[in-house]
Design a binder for this molecule. Sequence first.
Ligand SMILES: [Zn+2]
Length: 666
Amino acid sequence: MKNSSKFIIFAPKKAKPFLLFYRKKLNDEANIEIEIQEMQLPEHSAVISTTKNLTGKAERELENILAGKELKTDESFIIKVSKEYSLVSARSFSGLLCGLAETYHQIKKNTGKPLLENSVSSPAVKNRFYHICMSGTTPNIESLIELMKDLKILKYNGIVIEFENKFPYKKHNSFLHQNHYMLEDIKKIRKTAKEFALQIVPLVQCLGHLEFLLKFDEFKGLCEKKGHVSSACPLKNGTFDLFKSFAGEILFAFPETKYFHIGADEVRVHGKCPECKKHEKKNGKYSAFAEYIKKVTNYLFEMKIIPMIWDDIIYRHYPDVRLDGLSKQTIIVNWDYWTKNTQKTSELIFVPGRIGITTSRKRMFDINKFHPPEQDGEKITYEASAFFEDYRWEKMKIYDFIKTKDFPATVKAFPVIEMIKSDGFVPAGASNVRKSLQGTENQDFLQRVLNNKAWGEKLKSSNVDFFIATSWGRGNSLKEPVFNMELMKYTLASGGYFSWNGNGTIEDYDEYFDALLNRLDQPKLSLSLQDLLKGLYSIRSGAFYSEVEKNLLPLKNSKTPFYQMLYLYCKNFLFSVRYESYMERLKKYIYRLEQEKNYPSQEKKQIQQTLETYKKQIQKIEKEAIKILIKYVVPEEASELVTSIFYYKKIEINSLLEIIHKSEQN
Ligand SMILES: [Zn+2]
């Protein structure tokens, strides 16, 4: 095919919505003009050509491809390049869109020239889902639709949606958020999913993490323990009825649903109400939980829907849980957001029967913890590991094991996947692309990418069919929100990349990501994007801050949502690190201003001025932040995010100003 910035795509009508998106992107980013011609071609095929007259030759070639054996899975695609045209072909609609997405990446890589390369590609993992939780910084509908379209460019084929309080429930809906989606929005989501070949997997928490519900008087009677709003009682009829009511309404809106996630992670309050106590006494710890899970999953199986459930309660925290009788078709999703290396894990697994994960020696016995080797400007972090929650670990056999020469033992990463497999259930792996615990100024972007890489490798080598890249809006509905997904492009793209490829180095990925971002009006940064993202997490030094400062203007002027969000993130970062370091010192001697009569008033004045300056800076960032966030996030949650970032700092400043003010009156 000739070098040209103009081309025609012949494709079936069904591909048009995707192609319109594709065309707009390539036009905006690479100034390429694309004409879309609807054409009846052999199924799931398209032809990219520079001339309008397509001969029958292309069709015959496509038929040959489809009759051949190169397309190994439903979503495998072929790109075949010849002088006159390039063919894209697959055995499914999703495969065709993934093939077209590949041509997008190739064009971006070749700096905007439609120079395509021959390629035959198959996904490493069959189901590559992205998960979004709508408990904080929920995208407005336009932003969500844009995100869904982008998912296809990144070769995902499904989206797990945890609507929480944003679905327009008709019944039991007193708890809905004021910015919840409308029925029209839900229809748009369904339509986009169809057009972009994305499966919708609804997630409705069936027992735990119900803070958003149980905090209200209307529902608090369902709590397992009075006043503990995280978990409902599995034996109260109302709990199951409520789940069925919500699930029923969602399934009515998404009748194509094949998989349904029932949550059930971190259900830590159990066996507390009189009924459950009795049940557990008779049938063992967590018996009421196990029975309830069976009831919920059976309800879905009866509708020919396959349930998914988080793994932590069953496989990690509470090894006493027995799920005998649970259908082996149940998909158990192992969420592991910390593993970065497929070969090793920082954690040790101890298996007398089926006991979970214990802590690492590194964390427990690191005597050098407070004297790390000197490294300029770098923040040294220690890998945290999971603890048994329900056990006193020193009482377990593990303690003797730690004392033996076998410790630390090296253990392969992702041991839970093998445990799920050996129990005969269907395993799934979940990575993380947005971590709630890392807040608004401490996102470890690189770690997220490494985690996705490790998962891709593991799932490919263990032939696991399900992958979910999770993105949490906040820790739970009572906690503070994190930034919206527009900031998380680097991590989001890595989930799609590694679950499709199943291998590849970070360098390969970075090259792919650079091409993905590449556009004509690219902001010119003084350091690579990857270095900037890494530094924002790990470097605390004045020199780095100046470097970040240099990039504020180009980021601010960019029209790309990702760069705009990165601007905001950097702006907040710079303010925070400087503010914190000033406060760190001031906190230590503030008592003297209050207690010492002769403390120089000039000194006090200076402190006062600095604090006033910080106050003004906060106001300025707040104004800017809301202007940016409101484009992507539902209004109430955009403003909550801004509030959460500065709330405590404002209290701190005001109370210090108060101290100074009082000391002057004395
Ligand atoms: Zn109970």
